[in-house]
Design a binder for this molecule. Structure first.
Ligand code: ADP
Ligand code: MG
Length: 568
């Protein structure tokens, strides 16, 4: 039998604990939401594992969460009969943070409490938030399938270490016992706990029960009865009718599925019938997760089949360029024992992915095209956080390319700011008489783009140029030759043909100049030899004496730099 042992927290856990206690105090009620959210996840996991192993239920099939308190002991307890934790799992899950990118995340913290509090919210606070109100937490758990003697008690004061020991636990699941800090006694009240549960956890799909309370006339105080009552609505939120769900409930549900602290920017909730039957509740977050660029990161969609949780992060349900979308898809057609491999090939999944993609694009269009200031600002936020990811869609999703192109925003010579807010339509609306192309310049930074010598002639003629400086731009442009019949042209490529923008007098003047410098150009060609493919008299510069241009069919200078940087 393993002895009681004391183990140290991973360094990041210590940092997280310290920060959380100090920066989230004004939001302390969220600890209950987090612990109930974990209990609900544990119920989901049990239900999933039991699909192929009904014995895991034993004689206890009714999944629920119980919240109780003990005035004398000054404890609040959250109990569930979900999957539970083995000793090894308790050590792995309650002593370390498994999220990828944790180290990088913590290195970004500044020490400024307010800024860090916002960051911590993005990171997801989870189990450790219990320490905001508790100076000691005891977790007693038994994993489904293990016998009563294989229980584990995990305990910590939320400082450097925790202990684990083996205990007898008669029933499966987890009790999280919070030993309240001094001054947190208001939590020792059924009324208070119920109101927090209704506020943050009403959407939880299994019952959250509490002991009924009754006013005792003689004692002049409320006493607890043996009878239990269900505090939440206890039905899957996405299965309810839209008209019965408030904005607050949608937002709290988002926080549960996304492990995000901030409310979402937008959501869409639909029941789809026809070729394929499913319900989707999809959210666009209000900020990028810290691991948006992590290649191993899967999507943010939870897959359910007829209300039974099947898996987190079902990446097949959303195209990669929409990997920031969070939410739930509940299918009526897929088999319960569906695996990631099956999902890959399933026709039903393809139908769901196509339908969900259209919904998300619709949601973005609604913000992008709104007249309302509030929605407009939301799109600005969206673009700032996720614009670079959406651009990937131009290359990835040929079917929706035109829709995505309309959602793109760029910096431009029309504005004196690096903020990307000009759409192709805005540009087209400002095109000069006789202009039939959309001009852009690519560069490594906004400053480099803005000061590009290639822009001189355009400035002179008052022609707007889009300034493209995101890493993904060159790649994206290779899939995007035109917008609504207007060719996209790099100002840095080839013998720039300004078409009708050049008037007859200018043309004549140019021809004369070319003849005049013919000899010089020939001499320079000889002098430069192989170093230059061609030497031309140019009219695109007004201030700079000379500039390098790429051949029409060649990679642009910026793309060459990028490929070199990537080791190609
Ligand atoms: P997250 O929920 O984002 O994974 P948490 O910090 O909330 O992060 O929880 C950490 C992990 O601890 C969970 O992923 C889970 O493995 C485990 N855990 C927490 N609470 C429970 C519980 N009630 N039952 C079973 N496992 C739990
Ligand atoms: Mg959690």
């Amino acid at each position: 039998v393993a002895e009681k042992e004391t183990l140290g927290f991973q360094a990041e856990v210590k940092q997280l604990l310290h920060l959380m206690i100090h920066s989230l105090y004004s939001n302390k009620e969220i600890f209950l939401r987090e612990l109930i959210s974990n209990a609900s996840d544990a119920a989901d996991k049990l239900r999933f594992e039991a699909i192929n192993n009904d014995a895991l239920y034993g004689n206890d099939h009714e999944l629920k969460i119980k919240v109780s308190f003990d005035k004398a002991a000054r404890t609040v307890t959250i109990s569930d009969n979900g999957i539970g934790l083995s000793r090894e799992e308790a050590i792995a899950h309650l002593g370390t943070i498994a999220k990828s990118g944790t180290k990088e995340f913590f290195s970004k913290l500044s020490g400024d409490q307010q800024a860090d509090a916002a960051l911590i919210g993005q990171f997801g606070v989870g189990f450790y938030s219990g320490f905001i109100v508790a100076d000691r937490i005891t977790v007693e758990s038994r994993r489904a399938g293990l016998d009563a003697a294989q229980g584990v008690r995990w305990e910590s004061a939320g400082e450097g270490d925790y202990s684990v020991e083996q205990i007898d636990k008669p029933n499966r699941g987890t009790d999280v016992i919070l030993h309240l800090r001094e001054g947190e006694d208001e939590l020792l009240s059924a009324w208070k706990l119920k109101s927090i549960i209704r506020k943050y956890s009403d959407h939880i799909s299994i019952p959250i029960v509490m002991q009924k309370e009754e006013w005792d006339q003689e004692k002049q105080e409320s006493v607890l009865k043996d009878e239990l009552e269900t505090v939440n609505q206890a039905s899957a939120l996405w299965a309810r009718s839209k008209s019965d769900i408030t904005k607050e409930q949608y937002e709290e549900f988002y926080k549960h599925v996304s492990h995000d602290f901030q409310p979402p920017l937008a959501y869409t909730h639909n029941r789809v019938e026809g070729r394929s039957e499913y319900t989707q509740l999809l959210y666009v977050p209000s900020h990028a997760p810290f691991d948006l660029w992590d290649r191993n990161k899967r999507g943010g969609i939870k897959l359910y089949v007829k209300r039974v949780f099947i898996m987190d992060d079902a990446e097949q349900l959303m195209p990669t360029y929409l990997r920031f979308v969070k939410g739930v898809i509940d299918s009526a057609d897929l088999p319960l024992n569906v695996s990631r491999e099956i999902l890959q090939e399933s026709r039903d999944v393809r139908v769901i992915r196509e339908g969900s993609t259209k919904r998300v694009l619709g949601m973005l269009e609604e913000m992008a095209n709104a007249d309302e200031q509030e929605l407009k600002e939301k799109y600005t936020t969206f673009w700032r956080e996720f614009g670079q990811v959406l651009k990937e869609g131009i290359g990835e999703d040929a079917t929706n390319k035109d829709r995505i192109a309309k959602l793109l925003r760029f910096a431009s010579t029309n504005e004196d700011s690096d903020e990307q807010k000009v759409s192709f339509a805005d540009y087209a609306g400002r095109m000069k008489e006789g202009q039939d192309k959309i001009y852009y310049v690519t560069a490594e930074s906004f400053v480099a783009a803005k000061n590009s010598p290639h822009l001189e002639i355009f400035r002179k003629k008052g022609v707007e140029v889009l300034l493209m400086t995101d890493r993904v731009d060159e790649w994206m442009l290779s899939f995007l030759g035109e917008f609504e019949g207007k060719e996209l042209v790099s100002v840095a490529k080839g013998g720039l043909d300004l078409g009708k923008l050049e008037d007859e007098a200018e043309k004549k003047e140019h021809e004369e100049t070319e003849t005049q410098y013919k000899d010089l150009v020939e001499k320079m060609k000889v002098a430069l030899g192989d170093k230059a493919k061609d030497v031309r008299v140019t009219f695109r510069l007004t201030d700079s004496p000379a500039c390098l241009v790429a051949d029409e069919n060649e990679l642009s200078g910026n793309l060459v730099r990028m490929l070199k940087a990537a080791g190609q």
